[in-house]
Design a protein. Structure first.
Length: 317
């Protein structure tokens, strides 16, 4: 099989996954209790008024027809209009992504910067002080929810010391410094649980690779401990770390829903929470589908990183 055919088959597989996921999202959201028209008009609205609004919103059409209309619009760039705000869903999502994307990237960057050095130091000397500190950090980060970490950060670093704002987002137009300052505490709250998991994975990978024959051979030939660690052990230990990092992206996204609400950030998480409480189905559907697309794209990126980190996985013509 040629490489081009393999790529086409993989793309077709991801497209099929996306279609199945979109249908499941649509069915599950449709099955949730509550009528959007009744919620918008209130419990005192007349039945004919509710029926007229349902017809206006297209909710009176068969489910499969509405699904086909929605998914067709997704592929053409028309995500529909919000029931609550009356504005195009694409504009709502784009505005909120300006907060959520930098927050998620910032949190990922912090998680990597914390976990890789800590995991490598712990794995290089099992049983040492650094190993004990890394274990304590990992246990704390895994045990404590990110929203609770956010509340602690607000209590001590914002209300107590006044170093950072307690919540809200001034917007990028108010200056880079103010915007980044508003994202620091939420990013830390998101990063700590992910960094805890990555620390444990990095530690375990470093310990395992350090006992491989090629590392022992390099040491036997006179290569120092630190050089063997950074030249041979760490590069070969990165594969499971990259795998775990890719698996953590959905947890970062779901964690953003809680953290954004704790810090009152106008991001995708807040939008999803508000839309769900208001039964704004079209917004919820598109936001959840966007999360699914992000997960698929991340998997593609992880596959590419595999080939970079392990040449044996590369496809040769």
């Amino acid at each position: 099989m040629t490489p081009a055919l393999k790529h086409m088959r993989r793309a077709a597989g991801y497209l099929a996954i996306l279609l199945v996921t979109s249908f499941l999202i649509f069915v599950l959201i449709e099955a949730a209790p509550g009528d959007p028209a009744e919620i918008m008009l209130g419990t005192s609205a007349q039945l004919d008024t509710v029926a007229a609004l349902r017809a206006e919103l297209g909710l009176d059409r068969p489910m499969l027809v509405r699904y086909a209309s929605w998914i067709g619009g997704v592929f053409t760039g028309d995500l529909g209009a919000s029931y609550t705000y009356g504005t195009p869903v694409g504009e709502l999502i784009a505005d909120r992504l300006a907060v959520t994307v930098p927050l998620t990237l910032f949190a990922t960057f912090l998680a990597i910067c914390i976990s890789l050095p800590l995991g490598v130091w712990a794995g290089a000397r099992p049983g040492a002080v650094t190993d004990g500190l890394a274990t304590i950090f990992a246990q704390f980060g895994i045990a404590v929810p990110n929203f609770w970490i956010g509340l602690l950060l607000i209590l001590f670093l914002s209300l107590g010391l006044g170093w950072f704002p307690a919540g809200g987002f001034p917007g990028w137009g108010e200056g880079l410094g103010k915007a980044v300052s508003a994202l620091i505490l939420p990013a830390i709250a998101l990063a700590i649980p992910q960094a805890a998991v990555l620390t444990r994975v990095t530690r375990a990978a470093v310990i395992e690779v350090a006992h491989e024959d090629f590392v022992r051979t390099a040491r036997a030939k006179g290569l120092g401990r630190n050089r063997a660690l950074w030249l041979h052990t760490v590069p070969n230990a990165l594969l499971p770390v990259v795998t775990m990092l890719g698996l953590q992206i959905p947890f970062l996204i779901s964690g953003a829903v809680l953290v954004e609400n704790v810090f009152t950030l106008p991001g995708i998480g807040t939008l999803a929470y508000q839309a769900l409480s208001q039964r704004d189905l079209i917004v919820v559907q598109n936001v959840v589908l966007m999360f699914a697309i992000i997960v698929i794209v991340v998997n593609l990126i992880v596959d590419g990183l595999y080939a970079i980190l392990d040449p044996r996985l590369r496809t040769h013509k």
